[in-house]
Structure formats: C-alpha cells, structure tokens
Unconditional design. Structure first.
Length: 145
C-alpha cells in the first residue's frame, strides 16, 4: 500500500520508515524524503537562531535598560543559554554556523529590544558587541550603559 505524501503525511512517514527498515530503498519516495530531511535540519538551525535572538534581546535590554534589570530577565538569559548550549551539543555542526546565525539574530534582537524598551534602535550598537564566548558564558552580563 502506497501512502500519499500530500494526503496522509503521517502514514507516508511510517511507510517510508518501514521501507528503510526492510531495505526496500528502490520503493522510497526519495524526492519528498530528501525534502523532509533537509527541512528537519533547517528546523534545528531556525530554533538555534530564535534562541539566540531572545538571548541577545535580553542582553541588550540588560545593558541599555539597567533600571529594569530583574530576576525575570536573568532567568530568561540563563534559560536561553542552557537551551543554546544543549542544541549545539546535540547538533555540533551548527557550531560552524554560530557566528552567522548570531549576526542574523542580533539584527532581529535590536528590533525586539527597541520595541520592548521604547529605545530607538539606532541607539544600540550596529554590530553585536559581545563575542560568541561571552554570549553563552553563564557568568557574563554586559555592563550597563
């Protein structure tokens, strides 16, 4: 029985797994299978970038809005760092893209921080002022401006 990728995705995934297990490689839906595998990898990449954006946003808020520093921001920073480090440990090849993802996430973090703080986005540094190591260092908090 051949399941349709478009009309029964779950059934299709189970069928593809069974075909792989039984070594019936010639019956695989290779085109859609490749697309799904690439999509899974891209999902891991997007998740890391999203976590970086939240972390960088809170580091910016920490530095540029010191009067609002509190336990909630501190816990968000700690949580995002843990999740980023765990994702990198589970997907070591993402370490090769960390700097690029960080640069992309930083631009978005500026906009998010500006929206949440009311500070004009031009007030934040154009480029990320922290190193890759500082960003994930549990002891690092930027000095207030």
């Amino acid at each position: 029985m051949t399941m349709s990728y478009d009309s029964d995705f779950y059934g299709w995934t189970q069928e593809q797994a069974d075909l792989l297990r039984s070594g019936k490689l010639h019956q695989l839906d290779t085109r859609n299978l490749l697309e799904e595998i690439e999509s899974m990898g891209n999902s891991e990449r997007r998740e890391l970038e999203s976590r970086l954006e939240v972390l960088l946003q809170h580091l910016l808020k920490w530095q540029f809005q010191p009067s609002h520093q509190g336990r909630s921001w501190q816990l968000t920073i700690a949580e995002q760092r843990r999740k980023i480090l765990r994702r990198l440990a589970r997907n070591p090849s993402l370490k090769n893209e960390f700097s690029v993802l960080m640069a992309d996430a930083y631009g978005d973090a500026i906009l998010s921080a500006a929206r949440e703080t009311g500070i004009d986005e031009k007030h934040f540094p154009l480029l990320c002022p922290w190193s890759d190591e500082q960003i994930v260092d549990p002891e690092f908090y930027p000095a207030s401006k």
